[in-house]
Design a protein around this ligand. Structure first.
Ligand SMILES: Nc1ncnc2c1ncn2[C@@H]1O[C@H](COP(=O)(O)OP(=O)(O)OP(=O)(O)O)[C@@H](O)[C@H]1O
Length: 245
């Protein structure tokens, strides 16, 4: 894909006269890891909802590569290669880590046995690669129900990776995690980005600092500031509306 992966321009969402998004612009490049921060009600969730097709913008452009997302429904957008991780994990507790990943693989079944064997071998290799990527290879045979909160979040990220998304949207991944899990999650998201783009909505500024990439600050449905974490933390407008309170 040449040009940006994600391109939002002049996006507004109006709920009963209230502007949840107000002329929002956001550009995310291939392989980029972007953090989005902002006070409660700034429009972060609404922005994610617009990208995934859950909410239709009242005005503006929303593009994923060459695709106009404002014309597509949620299922079609997911099929294009946009994965979304909600805050609450939805892993299957009664299945093993491996089985959860297997379930997430949308492998087409083939009637020929030799081909099926090859597909199965390919699927196993893919699951193995994702297990390594999310750091859960030693837990592959354990039930998801016995994992820690952090490990469950990583498993769910792994389930999204099984579908090989080009863009991954991640909502408050480190809420409720221990400090060590938070550090490991930052390392995981840094690993994942590069081969795909990742947009992370987060309140934890230390975590955002650990991600070490460009930060977008939303306020009242629009982009207030953008840059490194140091740049936005020193931006007087950000201090006034968000950090200084
Ligand atoms: N379906 C809806 N109908 C009416 N108002 C809504 C709706 N969804 C969101 N809003 C309002 O839009 C504004 C932006 O909400 P949004 O959830 O996008 O903010 P946020 O930045 O994700 O906040 P938080 O950090 O608290 O999750 C809020 O004032 C919210 O009350």
């Amino acid at each position: 894909m040449s040009g940006p992966v994600l391109y939002l321009d002049g996006v507004s969402v109006v709920f009963d006269g209230f502007r949840a998004l107000n002329n929002l612009s956001l550009v995310v490049d291939p392989g980029e890891l972007r953090s989005v921060i902002g006070p409660n009600g700034a429009g972060k969730t609404t922005m994610m909802d617009v990208i995934t097709g859950k909410t239709r913008p009242t005005a503006g452009t929303v593009r994923f590569g060459d695709h106009d997302l404002t014309r597509m429904d949620e299922a079609a957008i997911a099929n294009l290669g946009i994965g979304r991780k909600f805050q609450k994990p939805t892993v299957f507790d009664a299945l093993t880590v491996f089985e959860n990943l297997e379930l997430a693989l949308k492998a087409p079944r083939d009637p020929w046995s030799c081909l099926r064997w090859r597909l199965a071998a390919g699927a196993r290799a893919r699951i193995g690669a994702v297990l390594e990527e999310i750091g859960l290879a030693p837990r592959a045979g354990d039930l998801a129900g016995v994992l820690s909160h952090g490990q469950r979040q990583w498993l769910e990220i792994g389930m999204l990776l099984m579908q090989d998304p080009e863009l991954l949207l991640v909502d408050e991944p480190v809420a409720g995690m221990t400090d060590q899990e938070t550090e490991q999650t930052a390392a995981l998201l840094r690993r994942i980005a590069g081969r795909r783009s990742v947009v992370v909505v987060e309140h934890d500024l230390e975590f955002v600092r650990a991600l070490g990439q460009k930060v977008t600050v939303l306020h009242e449905g629009t982009m207030l500031s953008e840059g490194t974490i140091d740049a936005v933390q020193n931006d007087p407008r950000v201090i006034e509306v968000y950090l200084g309170r």
